[in-house]
Design a protein around this ligand. Sequence first.
Ligand SMILES: NC(=O)c1ccc[n+]([C@@H]2O[C@H](COP(=O)([O-])OP(=O)(O)OC[C@H]3O[C@@H](n4cnc5c(N)ncnc54)[C@H](O)[C@@H]3O)[C@@H](O)[C@H]2O)c1
Ligand SMILES: [Zn+2]
Length: 398
Amino acid sequence: MYAQVNEYDMALPAIQQKITLNFSYPVHFTEGLFHLQNTLVARLIGAGCESKSKKVLIIIDTGVLRCHKGLISQINAYAKRYSNIITMVDRTMLVPGGEAAKNDSYLIEQVHSLINKVRLSCNSYILAIGGGAVLDMVGYAAATANRGINLIKVPTTVLAQSNSGASINNSVNAFGKKNFLGVMAPPVAVINDFNFLTTLSDEDWRSGIAEAIKVALIKDNDFFNFITTKIDALVSRDINAMQQVIYRCAQLHLAHAATSDGDCPVISSPPLYFGHWAAHKLEQLTYYKLRHGEAVAIGIALDCTYSYILSLLSRLEWQRILNTLQLLGFTVYISELSAGMCNLEDPRCIFQGLEEYSESLGGNLSITLLESIGRGLEVSEVNIAIYREAINLLKNKF
Ligand SMILES: NC(=O)c1ccc[n+]([C@@H]2O[C@H](COP(=O)([O-])OP(=O)(O)OC[C@H]3O[C@@H](n4cnc5c(N)ncnc54)[C@H](O)[C@@H]3O)[C@@H](O)[C@H]2O)c1
Ligand SMILES: [Zn+2]
């Protein structure tokens, strides 16, 4: 039998150190970010130390550049106008947009290599312009180089402006798993320029609305009502309606992030992953052909249907939610939901997503269900047979 405390432990007691980190960063809303009269970027980079021009590396999503052909010359002119604050290093780096940005580890290496080549330090800045995928990848690369380079994120999609752009999560996919590699690192600032949204495809315009519906359903009944009054406007691409949705959605996501206990933000903030256990698996099962927001819409439909079958959610509210998703143009069922659902060992089985999701939460399953519109409910166990019933209901009814 070993003694409970060995002699070395007795000699010097362990030092217990608690470190509390406080992050604070602004999320700005603007139009015409690089118009010479728009001083926002210059003010953000110049803040704190006005005496010396800062090194800035620009990284742009090629999907954005394709639709905003004058962007690079506009940025160059802007940097020239504010050369006392901004020193552009190297050429602007272009990276492929969409999930390709998160699936290719070589891209991270290229960003690291460029940071090394142009000698960015903790006084330098990376300004990343793009959709959520590019921002996730650049955020990961920036946070892991030279103990972290200051990052200004310029989200250019609805989803990224309303949610991911303002997040401190920076993750990329690896080993066939969504967001397997990641780091929590706050940006210095987020700048939402609504002008970018005008060039989104209809699918990417719609996709981001899923995150707004998600957060409305679990946190804010009034916001859900608001979205339902704006369905026609959103479908016809009314930018004012979208701005209102993005603003409230960003507010709710940021407020939630601020209330997590700080010990482990991933584990302490599962409600914002409502609908996501199935969504992440569906993205993987469709080889990322399904957009993140499209997958989230299906994940929401599934978890709402499960909540309805369990009699947590009323029939009326369940139908209202599914109608809203469909009126916005979302599909609520795809065949990948049921392809392997009867055999838990089948690699196509959607329920493998539950285990992968639980793994990402540190081994503790925590699924958000819905008690009513605006009120989520956390559960730590689910019934697969009832989930199968929910999938069949979605398949046959919608
Ligand atoms: N970090 C987080 O907390 C968090 C939260 C939610 C989602 N995400 C991640 O965000 C990603 C999805 O992001 P997304 O919905 O922004 O899509 P996306 O980044 O995949 O971009 C979709 C497409 O739109 C193009 N694009 C971007 N901006 C454009 C513009 N202004 N005009 C025309 N085309 C444009 C891109 O090139 C790409 O082809 C997923 O990888 C998801 O996991 C991260
Ligand atoms: Zn999401």
